[in-house]
Design a protein around this ligand. Sequence first.
Ligand code: SAM
Ligand code: SF4
Length: 458
Amino acid sequence: MLEINLKERLDDFWVFPKLTKIQHSRDYNDNFFEFLNNSEVMNVPTNLYIHIPFCDSGCIFCPYYKLHGQTNYKKYLSKYVDSIIFEIKKYAEQPLLKNIKIESVHFGGGNPFLIPLSDLKRIVETIKSCFNVEVNDNWTMEGSINLIRDEAYPRGLLELGINRISFGVQTFNEEIRNAMNIKATIEDIYNGVEILNKAGLSEYCIDMMYNLPNQSVEDFIEDLKKVTELNPYHIDIYNMAVFPNTYLDKLVQTKGHFRINPSNENQMKMFREGDRWLLENGYKQIITNTYSKKQKEIHIGDKVYLENGNVIGIGVSARGYINGYAYKNVCDIRDYLELIENNNFPADLAYHCTLDQHYDRRMVYFPILMEINKCDIPDYSRYEERINQLIERKLVKWVGDTLKLTKEGIFWSGNISALFISEERWATYIKSFLVAAKEKINPYNEDMMGKEVVDLEE
Ligand SMILES: C[S@@+](CC[C@H](N)C(=O)[O-])C[C@H]1O[C@@H](n2cnc3c(N)ncnc32)[C@H](O)[C@@H]1O
Ligand code: SF4
């Protein structure tokens, strides 16, 4: 893959290296995690990611690991909270991670707003007691706005130090919202935002999607107009990826089901138009898919991650990366709880990157940041030919010592990332897709995601 391919616009790569069951499954009794016994001081900036798998919505495009329904929630909530607390402590007591500084904490999901404040307090206190960490604006949480029903919850988040949240609006188009089975109503969005403002939690960020089924370019621009009226801290725009073997995929494959099917052509048009509209209306592009009028620079959590920092991934399906050691936690809550009960690291996939692969990770992520300083390019000679190719194609240019993506380069940022993925790593992606196709599983987590949509309430 040494020639950039500009046939199809690729999404940004936020996961590298890709771990897959066929190549990276581990035996729970192996010695993979022994690297944590090293007691040298670790100076690599490190984030903490905690996955909360409960969700009360059933958006059919969503590939993330989550559990629907009250029964699951009641059955697992308390045990799950205990288990993630156990897992945090387990990492924190390893010699390599003892007292390390944590730069940012993110609660992702699923829908973390489903965690009661009392449980959240226990988790936050555990993190504070385990690591050298400050509670400041580097603590973030994502969730669904329909769960913001009174001021008590956002006030509670602020008291715990979580003062930036994000939630998905996706679109204001009712027809599309219904077709995508999004639970939050338009009324929930406006009510929720009003409550957040009253509670003083003003740093709310909003996710929007483009290339949704039946969505036109005009619809997307209309959505952007409406979302800006909500005065968000920033807006993330996501091209809708149709993950194979999900319920959505089935509908897209059914001829005539949608008036407009997601396509590469549509997403390219929509990104160009949406980007133009946002920039013309006073928004600044912070990273490739984040625009803001208020935020001055990239969030520290993204900066650490995209500049090849570490992430300690906690909870079912979470991904971690510590000093070149990549792991992915098991994607089934029952297995997760059992592994924790047996005092195992609950990762079923693991891989120790070579130094070249570790360097490649920096290069795969830099296009999302839209620039990289020459002194931050590890082993320049390894990438020189590819960088020159990008310069020739006017996708990047040197501005002083900084290699910057051009406007066209930003458009093709995912394809630029792909150029820095080695052939042997590509083979892993392809293998994982083939296995997923054969086993009819979703390649994102290699699980059965999407089937649950039919039994939202058990
Ligand atoms: C991981 S979800 C979790 C947060 C929360 N439950 C919510 O819905 O906002 C975060 C965002 O991922 C985006 N997303 C979900 N499925 C996607 C897909 N198939 N393609 C692109 N973006 C997607 C949505 O914009 C969503 O708001
Ligand atoms: S995108 Fe929808 S289904 Fe996925 S986690 Fe968010 S609310 Fe739940």
